[in-house]
Design a protein around this ligand. Structure first.
Ligand SMILES: *Cc1c(COP(=O)(O)O)cnc(C)c1O
Length: 367
């Protein structure tokens, strides 16, 4: 099947590699895994993911509803700030509601009878190279800092959430932080049924020490007699999708610049925010050097500079890899550019074109 570019192509076979690793961790550690929908919410592959993961977690009412409707299983709801109206919407859908502050918990628990409640703790530790994503940055609003206050509200909650990692592939670091959390919060964990260690761990990366990781988790849950959860986003979906584009023009300004029918601002925004280059497979050593740029009006709409093995032409296909996490969920209508379609390569090799965006979608996103 020929699909018009630009489009995101999710590859279920590649996704399965990550899911198998998660399955292995679940079996040998007893931990549970809920997908962080803010990272990836393409529900066209949920039928596959839900065979392996225990449910979803969310950052808003809409994500909670999506998790409930399209994924099922366990539904965790978290939001940095709820209104009462939203709590009334979320409560019938969520198995657990995790509050970000003591004031939200104490205000809303009377409306949540029968639902398991949790509280986000800010342990004051983090692994993030970026200020924007650092939960311990100065004046951070993410989670409760004061331990005495947590002790006072223990009767209202059955669990807590610590989310303090971001792109962390360092097991020793995680292990040391787990020890710190055990020491500082042990008397709290002893009284609870579940603890979530959030997302941000790269346990599906090659060479992550899975055996040590599982041993550590098993010890922790035995020690506190507690169910561990993880809320992975990126590590579920990493390296399982690409953004497929075509070159629409080649211009020269001291160097060769290939302009593609997509935009980093509109279609791979995270790379721009974190100032990293998009990945293109099999580039690096070729003789043909191009800057690959997007077609928005921004002069800095640049995917990166690459050395290709052959010369690019108008109509050449360029595939940016790792285009699932924080990518499809962040696409936007800036410049009114054509939004990439979404296609899924199924396990049997067939390609399903699950979504095409049209002018009407653009129109309806405005008023
Ligand atoms: C962002 C986030 C996640 C998912 O993080 P990944 O880095 O994609 O694994 C999980 N939990 C919370 C609370 C988050 O904010």
């Amino acid at each position: 099947m020929i699909i018009k570019t630009p489009y995101y192509l999710i590859n279920e076979q590649r996704l399965l590699r990550n899911l198998n690793i998660i399955q292995q961790i679940k079996e040998s550690s007893g931990a549970k895994f809920v997908l962080a929908l803010k990272c990836f919410a393409t529900w066209g592959v949920f039928d596959l993911i839900k065979k392996y993961l225990d449910g979803t977690t969310s950052s808003s009412v809409y994500e909670t509803r999506l998790g409930y409707e399209k994924f099922g299983k366990e539904v965790h709801a978290y939001c940095v700030g709820y209104t009462l109206e939203e709590i009334k919407e979320v409560r019938p859908l969520a198995g657990k509601i995790i509050f970000n502050s003591i004031s939200q918990l104490t205000r809303f628990y009377p409306y949540c009878r029968g639902t398991k409640l949790g509280l986000r703790i800010n342990p004051g530790i983090s692994y993030s190279k970026f200020d924007l994503a650092d939960p311990t940055r100065p004046f951070s609003r993410l989670g409760v800092l004061n331990k005495k206050e947590i002790l006072k509200v223990l009767p209202f909650i059955s669990g807590v959430m610590f989310h303090f990692n971001c792109e962390n592939d360092n097991f020793e670091n995680f292990s040391n932080n787990l020890d710190r959390i055990s020491k500082v919060y042990g008397n709290i964990l002893d009284k609870l049924d579940w603890v979530s260690f959030g997302g941000g761990l790269y346990f599906t990366k090659k060479e992550y020490p899975l055996i040590k990781f599982c041993e550590k988790l098993k010890k922790f849950s035995r020690c506190f007699n507690i169910q561990i959860y993880f809320e992975p986003g990126e590590s579920v979906i990493s390296e399982s999708a690409e953004l497929v584009t075509k070159v629409v023009d080649i211009v020269r300004n001291k160097i060769n610049i290939a302009i593609v029918d997509a935009s980093i601002e509109s279609h791979m925004l995270d790379l721009l925010i974190y100032r990293s280059q998009a990945k293109i497979k099999n580039t690096g050593s070729g003789k043909f050097k191009y800057m690959v740029a997007g077609r928005s009006c921004l002069s800095g709409d640049i995917f990166g500079t690459y050395k290709f093995n052959s010369c690019l032409k108008i109509g050449s296909t360029i595939k940016f890899s790792d285009a699932a996490g924080y990518t499809i969920v962040k696409k936007n209508w800036f410049n009114g550019l054509k939004m990439p379609s979404i296609a899924i390569k199924r396990l049997n090799g067939e390609i399903d074109l699950v979504k095409i965006f049209t002018y009407t979608d653009f129109l309806n996103s405005l008023s």
